[in-house]
Design a protein around this ligand. Structure first.
Ligand code: SAH
Ligand code: SF4
Length: 395
């Protein structure tokens, strides 16, 4: 494990942009799927026979070029641009602050409508990088090791707010194409993981629509194999994820008995390990993808024994899988400790010898609290008490 110097220099700039007034009920075009965009254009007075062409033109401006101004859509007539401006807006979350870690990780705090805040994290790696995005403000689930789960306030993000996180990160990384410049095939945002705040499968429709926009080949153009959705195990939505999104799947597995998983991931009481594994068995075939990532947070003396490792490989037998071991990210008041490094390695070794890749997730951006499970809006003050967290953990 690479450990970063504790008191690392942090650059933090606060880019508070003035909030635009919500003028006259104009509809936001960001986050609409192609059929929704076309229907909206028709409803605003675009002749039906032109609608498909207009949809394509506007789509390119928004998602290929990253344009934010109808006035600059130069392949549309002046009158049509005015019509668009009258009926629509191009509205993205606002950056409240941006922190850059010594290791290059960037954490964005974004303000969305209603004054709520969500976080997105960009993790660079060898000229490419992964953007970790949120699907909800907070989370209705209460996994006992997760900081987001202690946040009381919850609201689903709209498709616009989910796509918006990708667009804002592209702005910040200056990654929109320049007209006339040769296509740059190495992308700074090469992968997306839905591993920020929230349970994506409890906001299924908006997540699906947002990913449709992100995957579209004439826009942001990230292939479905470069998108990983992480779920705590919302079984009824897993087949739909394969069929309607088709991205890669990661599952927050974290325990090898129902007794322990009930405590760590309480949604296990609804869909237990056997039920979850049944749904996962079908996923690779339904989504035509290779393997499922099993996420496993390493909690000292809770789920990290050799016996756990052996049970884990027994359980997932027959499922094409990779096991991602996550050293627990501690947060103030957390009722657990991170497993010792030697223990994590011994666990990884057993899994590896059973024939599964067992990478240990290197903590990134520790100096800016950018790690999974630590994302929690800074202004959210309504917190559960320590006693309540401990009680829910069954401690
Ligand atoms: N709600 C979804 C996605 C967001 S959480 C899910 O649970 O899968 C993303 C990942 O971070 C999950 O595997 C989650 O279990 C893990 N995680 C949460 N809190 C953590 C912590 N404190 N340390 C390490 N991993 C954590
Ligand atoms: Fe929600 Fe995932 Fe955290 Fe559980 S681990 S509380 S599902 S964000």
């Amino acid at each position: 494990m690479t450990s970063h110097p504790p008191a690392a220099p942090i650059t933090q700039d606060v880019l508070t942009l003035p909030r635009k007034a919500d003028e006259g009920g104009r509809r936001n075009l960001i986050g609409l799927t192609r059929p929704q965009l076309r229907a909206a254009l028709i409803a605003a007075g675009t002749p039906e026979r032109q609608a498909k062409m207009r949809e394509g033109q506007i789509w390119q401006w928004l998602y290929h070029w990253g344009l934010r101004d109808f006035g600059a859509m130069t392949n549309l007539s002046k009158d049509y641009r005015a019509l668009l401006a009258e009926h629509f807006k191009i509205d993205l979350p606002q950056i409240v602050s941006r922190q850059v870690s010594v290791d290059g990780t960037r954490k964005y705090l974004l303000r969305i409508n209603g004054g709520h805040e969500v976080e997105a994290v960009y993790i660079p790696e060898d000229g490419r990088g992964t953007l970790c995005i949120s699907s909800q403000v907070g989370c209705t689930l209460t996994c006992s090791f997760c900081h987001t789960g202690t946040q009381k306030l919850v609201r689903n993000l709209t498709a616009a707010e989910i796509v918006g996180q990708v667009m804002i990160a592209r702005d910040d990384l200056d990654e929109w194409p320049e007209p006339g410049a040769p296509r740059n095939e190495t992308r700074l945002i090469s992968n997306i993981v839905l591993m920020g705040m929230g349970e994506p499968l409890y906001n299924f429709d908006n997540v699906r629509d947002a990913m449709k926009v992100v995957m579209d080949g004439e826009g942001l153009s990230l292939s479905r194999r470069r998108i990983t959705l992480s779920t705590s195990g919302i079984v009824p939505e897993i087949a739909r994820t394969a069929e309607e999104i088709g991205c890669l799947l990661a599952v927050s597995f974290h325990a090898t008995t129902d007794a322990v998983r009930d405590r760590l991931v309480p949604v296990n009481r609804k869909w237990n390990i056997a039920t979850l594994l049944d749904a996962l068995r079908d996923y690779p075939r339904l989504s035509n993808s290779e393997r499922i990532t099993f996420e496993y947070v390493m909690l000292k003396d809770v789920n990290d024994s050799d016996e756990d490792a052996r049970r884990l490989v027994q359980l997932i037998r027959g499922i094409p899988a990779k096991i991602n071991l996550i050293p627990f990210n501690e947060w103030p008041g957390a009722p657990y400790e991170r497993s010792d490094w030697a223990r994590i390695e011994a666990f990884a070794d057993i899994v590896h010898k059973a024939g599964y890749a067992s990478p240990i997730r290197t903590p990134r951006g520790e100096d800016i609290m950018a790690a999974c499970g630590q994302l929690k809006s800074a202004t959210e003050r309504a917190r559960k008490s320590r006693a309540q967290i401990a009680a829910e953990a069954g401690a």
